[in-house]
Design a protein around this ligand. Structure first.
Ligand code: F6R
Length: 243
């Protein structure tokens, strides 16, 4: 696992966009795994800028989202599919329908998880998976205490995660879903390359475990230590508890 500490979220966005650009140059029909939440937003803005400047195209790219909330109505703006449509897909030339997510509106969530894993398997899994990290060390929505070899599954959001994400729901904790569908840790680990972005002091403890801790279900992101090609980009605040 390679750790790079950069001065700012903007520097991280530039470096992360370089990784995506390099991939698309060598493989224009790459399979890209996307994360939701605030951490990748500067990266998505930079990818849009490079697309508008004619440097990169996503027209042959297939995307797979990490996760989706369960229990939000189809038109809710905080559904991750809506978030990704707003912040990335609709702003670039990725084909409508080319960015996939697990179907959290399904009547049969277990079947939806199996279908999503199968869909990713058919696509050969991700060439590059973009990741954020939760303050409790989750990646995707793989919360502490889960299996380290999980596939796409129905998950229960940790109380800490729901509190962290209440900011997206006008601060109303009760409005934050309790359940989700998420790629499992083994699904994520199948990506050929992992790129994790962490900014801000509230990520410092999780980053310290990720980099310096032992691989443990208590800090799920630590599985990344076993990945042959994982890049972790952090700002000085997120790096502040590193040894
Ligand atoms: C989002 C996801 C989560 C977030 C994490 C950090 O699709 O899977 O693991 O990356 O909760 O969220 P932010 O970036 O909002 O701090």
């Amino acid at each position: 696992m390679e750790l790079v500490i950069l001065d700012s979220a903007e520097d991280i966005a530039q470096r992360a966009a370089d990784v995506v650009e390099d991939l698309l140059r060598t493989k224009p029909d790459a399979v890209l795994g996307t994360a939701t939440g605030s951490s990748p937003l500067p990266l998505y803005d930079e990818l849009v800028r490079r697309y508008e400047a004619g440097r990169i195209s996503f027209k042959d790219v297939t995307g797979f989202m990490l996760d989706e909330y369960v229990g939000l109505p189809a038109d809710h703006p905080e559904r991750y599919s809506a978030f990704m449509e707003t912040h990335l897909r609709s702003r670039i030339d990725m084909a409508p329908g080319a960015l996939h997510g697990p179907d959290a509106l399904s009547d049969d969530l277990e079947a939806a998880c199996r279908d999503y894993e199968a869909q990713m398997a058919r696509a050969g899994y991700c060439d590059l998976q973009i990741l954020g990290i939760g303050t409790d060390g989750h990646i995707g929505f793989n919360e502490p205490g889960g299996a380290l070899d999980s596939v796409t599954h129905v998950g229960v959001l940790a109380e800490q995660t729901r509190r962290d994400n209440a900011r997206f729901f006008d601060g109303d904790l009760d409005a934050v879903p309790t359940h989700c569908l998420t790629q499992g840790l083994s699904t994520i680990m199948r990506a050929r390359r992992l790129l994790l972005i962490a900014t801000g002091e509230n990520k410092a403890q999780a980053v310290a475990h990720l980099v310096d801790g032992e691989v443990s279900a208590q800090w799920p992101a630590t599985v990344m230590q076993n990945h042959p090609d994982a890049l972790v980009l952090v700002d000085p605040q997120a790096a502040s508890l590193l040894r």
